[in-house]
Design a protein around this ligand. Sequence first.
Ligand code: GRF
Length: 218
Amino acid sequence: MSDRTPLPRLAVLCSGRGSNLGAILAAIAAGTLDAQIVGVFSDKPKCAALRLVPEALRWSAKPGDFATRGDFDQALGDAIVAARPDWIACAGYMRILDGAFVERFRGRLLNIHPSLLPRHRGLDTHQRALEAGDREHGASVHFVIPELDAGAVIAQIVVPVQPGDTPQTLAERVQAQEHHLYPEVLRWAVAGRLHERDATAVLDGHTLFTPRRLEFAE
Ligand code: GRF
């Protein structure tokens, strides 16, 4: 019998390219994130993210094949429960999760959002940051609550806006930093250092009244 503690179990929800999932997988492979991926779940059966993991770890379904949003989220949630994750990380999951789903996994459901929340909830954040004349932009990892992009923010990275930036150039710099940010927050999570309490984020027993601002060298 092995005396090794079982690795913490991560489920990841994706709809697209999966570069954040790739960063999480790379951190696990490098031995800097002590966790195992127990499933990747998608509302887009053809998305590139799914192909980053072996077939046995993939779950996907088309929302259009379900009668209601609630039915889809119930099936998604049942598949996640079957994988027994400790933490569930939304990483470019582009579908709004219904309230029942969020309550089912509340407190262990995280999301990465490409803005300095509470600025620019929702879509097209890079373009909106440029249109608003923001001098700083970035990304946030937060607990998921039923209200979109409104849960307690745990940590952020800041990316200065440069003259001549386009939504694409800004997105590239933000995403490069996201790939450090998400594995770092997941390290805290799987180490048991992170909790959601009374709608706030708690790290090492201390309420985060403001998100941790992290810096990573390129
Ligand atoms: C990221 O920018 C993330 O912040 C947002 O969606 C994008 C996903 O990119 N939620 P990827 O699929 O991880 O490459």
